[in-house]
Design a protein around this ligand. Structure first.
Ligand code: BYC
Length: 327
């Protein structure tokens, strides 16, 4: 814009709309799709919900790679059901994003073109079957800490989707922990596999909660709008406090020499995750980023005929209904 040019006008907000929105948030009531909302609120929600949906869909891959190699029919059936649940979570979340005017096909394009993010955690490889258990325990455990407060998020469709997702995540976490308990009762080699998986997944799991609060550009606004209810560091602390006694019971060591109970604070002290690593992984330079996105792209392309067939079927049904109405 050159000097003297007028600034483009902000879209006019009809009298009282902003005030009504602010009052709804202040009263802890829900914003619904038909309500007026500030464009920043809408954009923030689409960003977070789309990233969340993409995480569920990409999150099917690391565990999905073990379905054909599960050690028993029972473990295969459990894993299959869990991975299918993740697909369901993705679908609820894409639907929630659609209530804000986002287009699901467009969101998928953005994901496979690297224009939208998904959780850093899914860019690490699953090297043994113990990883399946540790993902259930840590990753679903972190998801529960992060997502239970989202059931009280100010946007109705997101909050309601989270209720069912959290119930399923809690089941997933128990299945991971039960798998690890079984392995810990097994051979030395199995116990070593569990400890190795714990060592590899601990720090990336702490990074799932996002950058530290003093470097989290979206937090203040999201918390003022009550989209987020707690800060990244607060949720990370809760996760550590929740997980330490579980690790003791399981008989594994969490790989952090600074981890200890702080009597005065009533919480655990713990070390600092490698934030440079988180930045690299978010920017696309993690161990599996390229493979995960490429796999998603291929699945999308291979599914084109299904989408075409579904659309052709829907068009035929609509034509039949229209003919019936005209007759
Ligand atoms: N990975 O200002 P900040 C699951 C980005 S699915 C990648 O703190 P915000 C599961 C962040 O997006 C788990 N990116 O952001 C599935 C932002 O970038 P943009 C997914 C990350 O939004 C299958 C920038 O860094 N859970 O549990 O206030 C199997 C600055 O961050 C990460 C959700 O999506 C990361 N770890 O807070 C099993 C939950 N961290 O967008 C389990 C919903 C940060 O400005 N999301 N970034 O370009 C949230 O609660 C929040 O979005 C976050 C980040 C706490 C993740």
């Amino acid at each position: 814009m050159t000097a003297g040019q007028a600034k483009p006008a902000e879209p006019a907000v009809a009298d009282g709309l902003q005030e009504r929105f602010d009052a709804t948030i202040a009263r802890d009531q829900r914003i619904e799709p038909r309500d007026w909302m500030p464009e920043g609120y809408r954009a923030t929600l689409i960003r977070q919900i789309a990233q969340h949906a993409h995480s569920e869909i990409i999150g099917m891959q690391p565990e999905g790679e073990w379905i054909t190699r599960a050690p028993s029919l029972r473990r295969k059936a459990i894993l299959f059901a869990k991975v299918q649940d993740e697909a369901g979570h993705g679908l609820y979340l894409y639907s929630a994003a659609e209530t804000l005017g986002a287009d699901r096909a467009d969101l998928t394009e953005r994901l496979i073109e690297g224009r939208q993010k998904y959780s850093s955690i899914f860019n690490y490889p699953t090297l043994s079957f113990a990883d399946v258990g540790v993902i259930g325990w840590f990753v679903d455990g972190a998801a529960i800490c992060n997502q239970v407060p989202l059931c009280r998020s100010s946007y109705g469709p997101y909050a309601r989707a989270m209720v069912r997702i959290c119930k399923e995540e809690s089941f997933h976490q128990r299945q991971g922990y039960e798998l690890l308990m079984t392995m810990m009762r097994g051979t030395d080699a199995q116990r070593e596999m569990v400890q190795d998986a714990v060592n590899r997944w601990w720090w990336p799991s702490l990074m799932m909660f996002g950058p530290p609060d003093d470097n989290s550009p979206n937090s203040a606004r999201s918390m003022a709008w009550k989209i987020k209810r707690h800060s990244n560091d607060e949720l990370r602390r809760r996760f550590v406090d929740m997980t330490v006694p579980q690790a003791e019971k399981l008989g594994v060591t969490l790989p952090d020499p600074e981890l200890r109970w702080n009597e005065e604070r009533g919480h655990h002290d713990f070390g600092t995750p490698d934030w440079d690593e988180l930045t690299r992984v978010i920017q696309g330079d993690g161990p599996c980023n390229a493979r995960r996105v490429e796999r998603r792209r291929t699945a999308h392309e291979e599914g084109a005929w299904v989408r075409e067939a579904a659309l052709a079927h829907a068009a035929k049904q609509a034509a039949r209904t229209a003919r019936g109405a005209a007759a």
